[in-house]
Design a protein around this ligand. Structure first.
Ligand code: P5A
Length: 437
């Protein structure tokens, strides 16, 4: 992509409305713009990152055996009356009346819709277990939307739902999602620690929140410091047989959100206790028959008699995760994207725009890298070097390939690593080889 043609409205100054660094940087880097309280347009740069995160989430759900579908954003309110949550959910749920005076709700979550699908489409115990998920916009009319995409009203969620015959089956599904989450967040470049949590309006009696530690986090959390170094399951993990030991290891030490804080347990951890602020990037719930009971979600068991489904649900705040990544990965100059979610891998900086030698060298590098499948943002603007450098640092691409007239005379370009700040001179060929390796 040529920057001269790209919609990248960066801001020099810190926007006054932004209180935390991720919100400031997403506005300054031209990634999002607010259109109403807690509702955002994703500009091209922000949308690229959102799609990268979404794809990692999708790959790890698929790896764990979950199946993707897509549910609507607008839901039939009758389903919510059946589950008993229509009144219980309260003013956070946006209710909309259509021209026939029927009430629709903009889904804050989708237990009702998926359980309606399950009761109609799953007939026999032979069709269990199943885990179904979608990545879809949700709406919660939060009292205080704030911190940009961290607590929005409209936000992107991956929500998965499991359908099992027995408690043991449901716990196995829970473990699958638990392990998939460890891998998902690690691949996004952050460490999320599973902590015992309360279940709120979703319900159920077993739940973990996945927490990224950050000073600006909205939650107070407590955990053993060894969680900071616990090993992440490899991609070869066997989702049928390897799960129990991983779950046991990751729940063997103390880790709890404020709701589940236990003074005696915390005391026993002694000096190893971390008391910190955290961002909830995901939450998993085992809720048993909470929805299958009122909605009559059952399949025929081996003896032909109906068996109520044992259920669980598993959420990831896809859009919030972007904010959490930025909270964890930035410096005074801007964002430092982990390569896995970076909007482009490399920024090609032409310091001699308009000079034939420089333009030619850059066009050549741009063509070669693009052809090799490397995502390049090419700063071909007629701007001062300082402006180009600060733009690149702000938007945080992992590498900057800097092409100047003096270097070209010597036959070299400069490759800068955004994270370490390290700069190396090399031939254009070596730079291409390095970036395509
Ligand atoms: C799990 C999936 C649920 O809704 N039902 C379906 C369950 N869980 S949850 O914890 O309430 O939400 C899942 C994740 O969504 C993110 N999230 C938000 N992100 C941005 N703005 C919000 N207002 C918001 N509310 C929830 C969180 O990451 C949460 O873990």
């Amino acid at each position: 992509m040529r920057l001269s043609r790209y919609l990248l409205p960066t801001l020099k100054e810190n926007p006054v409305e932004a209180q935390i660094v991720s919100h400031r940087l997403m506005l300054r880097a031209g990634m999002i713009r607010q259109t109403a309280a807690g509702i955002y347009t994703w500009l091209p740069l922000g949308y690229r990152v959102l799609r990268k995160i979404e794809q990692i989430v999708r790959e790890e759900q698929d790896r764990a055996g979950a199946q993707e579908l897509l549910m609507p954003t607008l839901q039939n309110s009758d389903l919510w009356k059946e589950s008993g949550r229509y009144d219980a959910y309260g003013p956070e749920m946006l209710r909309i009346t259509d021209r026939h005076d029927r009430v629709l709700v903009y889904g804050p979550t989708a237990e009702e819709v998926i359980n309606d699908i399950a009761r109609n489409e799953l007939k026999s115990y032979k069709e269990t277990p199943k885990i179904l998920y979608n990545i879809q916009w949700k709406f919660r009319d939060e009292v205080r939307p704030r911190f940009g995409v961290m607590r929005g009203r409209e936000f992107l969620m991956k929500d998965a739902y499991s359908f099992d015959l027995t408690y043991e089956g449901a716990k196995h599904s829970y473990n699958k999602m638990f392990v998939a989450y460890l891998r998902t967040f690690a691949r996004c470049g952050v460490r999320a620690i599973p902590m015992k949590a309360s279940t709120g309006p979703i319900g159920g009696d077993l739940s973990h929140e996945f927490i990224v530690l950050a000073e600006t986090g909205e939650e107070q959390v407590y955990c053993h410091k060894d969680y900071l170094a616990m090993p992440i399951p490899s991609e070869d993990v066997d989702y049928d047989s390897d799960l129990e030991p991983i779950y046991n290891q990751w729940t063997s030490l103390y880790a709890a959100t404020e709701d589940k804080y236990d003074e005696a347990e915390a005391k026993a951890v002694g000096d190893n206790l971390l008391s910190a602020r955290g961002i909830e990037v995901g939450q998993v719930f085992y809720y048993g028959k909470k929805y299958s009971n009122p909605m009559n979600v059952a399949v025929a068991g081996e003896d032909g008699k109906p068996v109520l489904i044992e259920g669980g649900c598993y959420g990831i705040g896809v859009s919030r995760l972007m904010g959490a990544i930025i909270e964890a990965c930035h410096d005074d100059n801007g964002i430092i994207w982990p390569e896995s979610v970076a909007p482009f891998k490399v920024g090609l900086v032409n310091l001699g725009t308009g000079k034939e030698v420089a333009d030619k060298a850059c066009d050549d590098l741009y063509a070669k890298l693009t052809k090799a499948g490397v995502e390049v943002l090419y700063d071909d603007r007629d701007e001062r070097a300082g402006v180009k450098f600060s733009t690149m640092d702000l938007i945080g691409l992992p590498y900057q390939l800097i092409v100047g007239l003096r270097g070209l005379e010597k036959g070299v370009v400069e490759l800068k690593n955004r994270k370490t700040g390290e700069r190396r001179e090399m031939s254009p060929e070596d730079a291409v080889a390095f970036l395509t390796r």
